[in-house]
Ligand binder design. Structure first.
Ligand code: URA
Length: 432
């Protein structure tokens, strides 16, 4: 089948035969389809949508574009967590070591920043030396040896997602339910997970803005996952304001160590524990999500979660001892001050995410280098009071021109009112 015929069929809203879609995706993975044709297909799929059958075919082809690890290769239950994309959303680096400390295998294939949302791989690489590309054998062996590994797509593991994901990031084709579904499920099946807790972010800082689209995405991933033997439990969680106190790659890694040391932002800690509890219950390692939460909490107190995160960085070539303790080193910074006294009633996570990308924490074209120090600090989170002129946010960048433009965007992200204001409930409904 010719690439242009697949593109034309989707452009015209027709259903693509499973065999044709598969051949196209495998050719993308072999780099035989130029980026302009792959991108044209993505835009057609974004605008026309994909049926459930097409989504399953796309997912299957993405899995088969590389190696597939068998969950039975791990002697412990293999469970993972994946977020649909958020701002300041760094829970993976906390839950993976906690759940591994509680006896699970955590093979985690993650992604880079996508649109205005951050990516786990970009965060990992903020620690000097850290590698995120593995052969399937190296990946499997690390999980067997220390209980967890976090890796990206490579020429050997889900290469089709590697190519399509990087193109989606910079071509306005990110927030598509079938494309997100295939991207997530393919990574999870290829890595050898048997169980998945899906954190479906809802709100201004999420790819799915409204609750109905969030629910539809959750259902899509639960159903397509089950077609490939993956047991999925989805939780809808709030993503209206940035999660935690920092948005930016190096800062967010430091924040994760802080949580594992027993400190850190209370809302971030709570979400990490909820997700870890769900993972342990789903994998049969805890009698309930609440019991799982308590087990994860004990592994913060014991220090084993922290040791495992450090061990993971070291196993992946990283030098956490050189990275910690972290303090911001960006050459330029700009406070975003409250224009009036009152209570911070909203911080628009989407505006913060877009500003962070602009500061250098994400990409505007494929292949852009990330500045790990580019970040936004949330000094006064939603619900806290401020005096006129006090900073609510601080932006950090190495380029002063970028800092000025991002500051203007950030000033519009903050709303101070009479209050009292509380952030919306953190965890909403579950879908299984
Ligand atoms: N996470 C992924 O891995 N892929 C997406 O498309 C969105 C979030």
């Amino acid at each position: 089948v010719r690439a242009q015929d697949v593109i034309a069929a989707k452009r015209d809203g027709m259903e693509i035969a499973a065999g044709d879609l598969r051949a196209f995706v495998l050719a993308v993975a072999r780099r035989e389809v130029p980026d302009y044709q792959a991108t044209a297909f993505l835009m057609a799929a974004y605008l026309r949508g994909l049926s459930r059958a097409e989504t399953v075919a796309l997912t299957g082809a993405m899995i088969d574009s590389g190696a597939r690890i068998d969950p039975a290769d791990f002697s412990r239950p293999a469970v993972d967590k994946h977020s649909t994309g958020g701002v300041g959303d760094k829970t993976s680096l906390v839950v993976a070591p906690l759940v591994a400390a509680c006896g699970a295998a955590v093979p985690m294939m993650a992604g880079r920043g996508l649109g205005f949302t951050g990516g786990t791989l970009d965060k990992l690489e903020a620690v000097p030396g850290t590698r995120v590309r593995f052969s399937p054998d190296e990946f499997r062996d690390q999980v067997r040896r220390i209980g967890l590994a976090i890796a990206g797509q490579s020429s050997e593991m889900v290469p089709a997602d590697g190519t399509l994901y990087a193109l989606r990031d910079v071509t306005a084709t990110v927030d598509s339910i079938p494309l997100i579904t295939a991207s997530i499920v393919a990574k999870k099946v290829a890595e050898g997970a048997r169980f998945l807790v899906l954190d479906v972010k809802i709100g201004r800082g999420a790819l799915m803005d409204g609750i109905d689209r969030g629910r539809a995405l959750a259902r899509s991933i639960v159903e397509v996952g089950s077609a490939f033997g993956l047991t999925v439990r989805a939780l809808l969680t709030d993503m209206d304001a940035p999660l935690g106190r920092w948005v930016g790659n190096a800062a967010e890694v430091a924040e994760c160590f802080e949580i594992l040391d027993g400190g850190g932002d209370a809302r971030l800690r709570e979400l990490c524990l909820v997700l870890a509890g769900e993972m342990l219950a789903l994998a049969g390692l805890a009698t309930s999500p609440e019991a799982g939460m308590r087990a994860a909490e004990r592994e913060i107190a014991s220090g084993r979660g922290r040791s495992l995160l450090e061990a993971m960085f070291v196993a992946q070539g990283g030098r956490p001892a050189e990275f910690l303790p972290w303090t911001p080193t960006a050459a330029h910074r700009a406070p975003i001050a409250a224009a009036a006294a009152g209570v911070v009633v909203a911080i628009d996570a989407r505006a913060v995410g877009e500003a962070a990308v602009f500061l250098g924490a994400g990409r505007e074209t494929a292949g852009d280098a990330i500045d790990p120090e580019a970040s936004v600090e949330i000094v006064r989170p939603v619900g806290t009071s401020v005096q006129t002129g006090e900073p609510v946010l601080v932006a950090y960048a190495s380029d002063p021109a970028r800092l000025a433009a991002a500051s203007a965007r950030l000033a519009g992200a903050v709303r101070v009112g009479d209050g009292p204001a509380a952030p919306p409930p953190l965890v909403g409904e579950g879908i299984a």
